[in-house]
Design a protein. Structure first.
Length: 444
């Protein structure tokens, strides 16, 4: 799976390695309370920075940013610690608030949980309003918890359909939508997949990255729920939203397509041209483009009645709630949010640039680019409001209970996809989500 699709790691299993690393880092990450005003004793402020050690391009970009920041600021010295990707989430979870660094990277979808745990400081009045307003509207929406902003993000993400134009044409599918307004209806989508499957030697027409498994549905298939007009949770309750009969009907129909879906164990169903449609995100573009060339077409997800919907959200940056160096930390965040650095890291990892200026300048995501659709979708974020036909991308539920919401919905989805009764599974999931909230005083 994509190294920059962060959502799949919202819940990271506890491991001895992760806990040991957290303990080690905790011992060296405490902030000197005397350094907040520009350095104790007149020296430079030492700014502790944690980032994920992900793919090579992201690591290089992080190191370059820190080096450039230090060269540009004589009164602040940023010290970067890279933590292995596999244990990063658990490290943040298991490290006490007062042992966290001044600045750290985190999965944007976990912001509410970090705020609830007292680990993130609000950025309002700390980070420049100009920096925040320069972000994509989707990025701004993801960073808000309880009406306050807690993060900035250099990049975002998105979902859509990739199509093989040659295969679609051969199958008799000539109406290929490439804009939000022209998204296929469910009937049109089903007809296209059925026609493709009829032409395929394997009898399959669609790839949904079934092999990703786990909590992939929390990102990939929540748009089905949103496209019938429901969030996973409404007014703090999953009951009445997630288990709405319209949601059950939509997921039942989705499950009926399983016979037309390539299991994709080798992750090559689309690139090897076994299927003509793939339901996935922006990160598969390089491989898809290399395999299909000019036959590659990018389309919105199908409309289940409330307009096409898509996912959003990726890694973010915030300031530790116990940091004594908030001003210096804000200076660092403002520095890395410059379009130069946003462009560098997104060129390295292929993600959607997180600022409007960097997006507009992108050859891939800007006007006329192959992935222009992703930027257009993100400009129509639903934010924290219930999904309507007018908006497209929906943040993963902004709640400290998101890990439970994600897991329970994903479990329900896979059960339904495997043939279980949709209404029963959704009722069970909604009940479990609401019980978790009640057990935790609704995370107040």
């Amino acid at each position: 799976m994509s190294p920059h699709f962060r959502g799949r790691r919202a819940v990271v299993a506890t491991s001895a390695i992760g806990l040991a690393l957290a303990a080690t880092l905790a011992g060296c990450a405490k902030t000197d309370a005397n350094s907040g005003g520009g350095g104790g004793g007149g020296g430079a402020t030492t700014l502790k920075v944690w980032a994920q050690e992900g793919q090579e391009g992201e690591v290089k970009a992080a190191k370059d940013e820190v080096a450039a920041f230090n060269a540009a600021n004589t009164d602040i010295k940023a010290e970067l610690t890279l933590i292995p990707q596999a244990t990063y989430g658990q490290t943040l979870t298991s490290t006490a608030a007062d042992a966290l660094p001044d600045v750290f990277e985190f999965d944007g979808e976990t912001a509410a949980a970090l705020v609830y745990a007292g680990k993130l400081a609000p950025l309002d009045g700390v980070v420049s309003d100009a920096v925040v307003s320069g972000e994509l509207s989707s990025v701004q929406a993801q960073g808000k918890v309880g009406g306050k902003n807690y993060s900035v993000s250099q990049y975002d993400s998105g979902l859509g359909l990739y199509g093989n134009k040659a295969m679609l044409t051969e199958a008799g599918v000539t109406d290929i939508p490439t804009t939000i307004e022209d998204a296929w209806t469910v009937d049109e989508f089903e007809a296209a997949v059925t026609k493709l499957a009829a032409k395929s030697k394997s009898g399959k027409g669609l790839d949904i990255k079934e092999q990703y498994s786990g909590t992939w549905p929390g990102y990939a298939f929540t748009p089905v729920v949103n496209s019938v007009g429901q969030p996973l949770v409404k007014n703090g309750k999953a009951t009445g939203a997630l288990n709405d009969p319209k949601v059950a009907a939509a997921l039942t129909r989705f499950a009926s397509w399983r016979k037309l879906v390539d299991p994709n164990a080798d992750d090559k169903a689309f690139t090897d041209k076994r299927v003509g449609l793939a339901w996935v995100g922006h990160w598969t573009y390089p491989a898809n483009k290399a395999a299909l060339g000019d036959d590659l077409v990018v389309m919105p997800l199908p409309d289940f009645g409330n307009g096409t919907k898509s996912g959003q959200g990726s890694h973010s940056w915030g300031i530790g709630a116990k940091s004594a160096n908030a001003k210096a930390a804000a200076t660092f965040l403002e520095f890395i949010m410059a379009d130069k650095w946003v462009s560098q890291i997104t060129e390295a990892n292929g993600a959607v640039p997180g600022t409007t200026a960097a997006l507009a300048a992108s050859k891939l995501y800007g006007a006329g680019g192959d992935l222009e659709l992703y930027g257009q979708q993100l400009s129509k974020t639903c934010g924290s409001a219930d999904p309507t036909p007018a908006c497209v991308t929906v943040p993963r539920t902004i709640s400290a209970g998101w890990p439970v919401i994600n897991q329970k919905f994903s479990d329900a989805f896979w059960a339904i996809y495997g043939g279980a009764d949709a209404q029963s599974e959704l009722d069970k999931a909604a009940k479990a989500i609401d019980q978790d909230a009640a057990d935790n005083n609704n995370y107040q």
